[in-house]
Design a protein around this ligand. Structure first.
Ligand code: HEM
Ligand code: HEM
Length: 282
């Protein structure tokens, strides 16, 4: 296990312990109707401006601000020696989950007024992050976490095609048939549906490839099938690669503005709180 896994595991445990202890001790306060809360004994501690509630808001917001460093690292090539982007994303995700959870406790489950815009934007960003993470994983990357070019996949396909036609005399009609085997069950669906049905589509692949290969070279079907199978998988990868890249692009378009709205309203909220004289503990 890497040092980062140990550190992230320890931090996750610490946050989980904090959340659990606040929930257990503050449960009665959080379950009390808003109007009666000022008379509750937990008011001084668990309300948003309370000793614990306020501290959770500051800690959670600090985490959310910290996770934005991912963008700084991603955009600044001079920071490349500060570790691979993949590792930064792991911290981004830890902070992106822990921060919103602590901020939720800070609100004491009372989300109203202008700051509610910040809260729901935060929730949208964090929830959409889960989907973004899934898409991110589907894109082939190098060890630094940078997306591979389409060219690398295209080159591999070309090489297999040359082998199939030079060694086994594959003609244009056979190439078209192989293309259909690779893509005809994927084309009509949305990208998300395609990702889900892919394992099922793969089940019939061996049988279809075998009957296709018999028409090319009945003497050496196993060798033909092996090359053709690699070509089909690369073709599907390339096909999905484009769709997933598009989807990932749209996902970014959604994820970023909500993050910006959240931060802007948070700044206004903190400025108002400070102007009203709220200070933490002291
Ligand atoms: C994204 C970050 C934050 C969100 C979404 C958020 C959200 C909220 C919400 C929903 C409330 C309850 C409002 C009510 O009772 O009507 C609240 C209250 C409060 N927040 Fe935050 N907060 C955030 C960050 C912070 C930070 C960083 C601070 C301090 C520096 C802070 C200080 C306060 C204070 C002092 C109150 C009590 C205000 C009052 O009772 O009038 N909040 N916050
Ligand atoms: C309040 C919480 C969050 C905020 C404010 C936030 C903000 C951002 C921003 C601004 C970016 C764009 C980075 C860039 O391209 O420069 C980003 C990317 C990303 N975030 Fe979040 N995020 C949050 C939570 C999460 C969570 C919970 C997850 C996963 C479960 C997540 C997963 C991702 C992924 C996969 C990317 C794309 C990385 C890339 O394209 O290089 N985020 N986030």
């Amino acid at each position: 296990m890497s040092g980062h896994s140990v550190l992230l595991g320890a931090l996750s445990l610490a946050v989980a312990a904090l959340v659990l202890s606040v929930l257990v001790q503050g449960w009665d306060y959080y379950a009390t109707p808003y109007a009666e809360r000022p008379h509750h004994e937990g008011f001084r501690v668990f309300r948003s401006a309370g000793d614990v509630g306020h501290g959770l808001g500051i800690l959670g917001s600090a985490m959310v601000l910290l996770l934005l460093l991912y963008s700084v690292r991603k955009r600044n090539r001079r920071l490349r020696n500060l570790g691979p982007l993949r590792t930064w994303l792991r911290y981004h995700i830890f902070l992106g989950v822990a921060g919103p959870v602590l901020i939720t406790l800070h609100t004491a489950f009372k989300v109203e007024g202008l700051v509610a815009v910040s809260y729901y934007s935060m929730a949208a960003v964090a929830l959409s992050g889960v989907f973004g993470r899934y898409l991110y994983q589907q894109i082939p990357r190098n060890v630094l976490g940078e997306a591979l070019s389409e060219q690398a996949i295209e080159d591999g396909r070309e090489e297999l095609l040359v082998q199939l036609s030079e060694r086994f005399g594959m003609d244009q009609a056979a190439t078209d048939a192989l293309d259909r085997i690779a893509l005809d069950r994927l084309g009509a669906r949305s990208t998300v549906a395609t990702l889900l049905v892919l394992p099922v589509v793969n089940l019939g692949l061996a049988r279809r490839l075998h009957s296709w290969a018999m028409g090319i070279d009945g003497q050496r079907p196993d060798e033909v099938v092996d090359l053709a199978r690699r070509w089909v998988l690369l073709t599907r990868r390339l096909h999905l690669f484009r769709q997933i890249n598009d989807l990932f692009h749209y996902w970014h378009v959604f994820h970023k503005p909500f993050a910006i709205i959240m931060i802007l309203v948070m700044i206004v909220h903190v400025a108002v709180a400070v102007t009203l004289g709220y200070t933490w503990i002291v």
